[in-house]
Design a binder for this molecule. Structure first.
Ligand SMILES: Cc1cc2nc3c(=O)[nH]c(=O)nc-3n(C[C@H](O)[C@H](O)[C@H](O)COP(=O)(O)O)c2cc1C
Length: 168
């Protein structure tokens, strides 16, 4: 069930050496490809980094990236396309990837803490293509602790802000 996958996804920051099978990687990329985007503009580009030396280099410029993932998906906005919704679009693509990864038994972690300028140079990205998020991917050393969420009653408002369920 999709909700079970959503709830069981955890941010993983320690990975085994085990590589990701190419057919699974392909499915993760299709999950990104099929994310919704404003007006279907698809203002994104995805860079797969798997070479161990390249993963290490990306890590040097990404203080928020934990462990040594088997693969990195660098999720970029592409400002050469209509881009008013680009940040939202790439976020949805990243989430799609992580949910399919969870379904396939892979760990993942989305990382914002990186140096975009350094990654642009390292990955030879055109000026319009900006790395927004890194999705770290690999098999987890061990399951992550569930950090929990705020209670649903605190987040959800019925009909108007502060409204309780069943109130008119
Ligand atoms: C926009 C965004 C940026 C994040 N950046 C980082 C990061 O730089 N490094 C990291 O280890 N985790 C990062 N995370 C993961 C969060 O820390 C994590 O989702 C949160 O603690 C909840 O844990 P869970 O994903 O296991 O439910 C980021 C998450 C989001 C949504």
């Amino acid at each position: 069930m999709v909700l079970d996958i959503i709830k069981s996804r955890r941010s993983i920051r320690r990975f085994l050496d085990t590589p990701i099978p190419p057919e699974i990687l392909q499915e993760l990329l299709e999950a990104a490809q099929w994310a919704p985007s404003g007006s279907n503009n698809q203002p994104w580009a995805f860079v797969v980094v798997q070479e161990p030396a390249s993963v290490r280099k990306v890590k040097m410029f990404s203080p928020g990236l934990g462990g040594v993932p088997a693969a990195l998906l660098i999720v970029c906005s592409d400002h050469s396309r209509e881009d008013t919704t680009a940040i939202m679009d790439v976020s949805m693509a990243a989430q799609n990837v992580m949910l399919v990864a969870t379904d396939k038994g892979l760990g993942s972690c989305v990382v914002r803490s990186h140096n975009p300028k350094a990654l642009q140079t390292l990955l030879e990205l055109p000026a319009d293509v900006v790395p927004e998020l890194i999705v770290a991917l690999g098999y987890a050393v061990k399951p992550a602790r569930n950090p929990g969420r705020r209670p649903i009653e605190e987040l959800v408002h019925w009909e108007q802000y502060g409204g309780q369920p069943g109130e008119q």
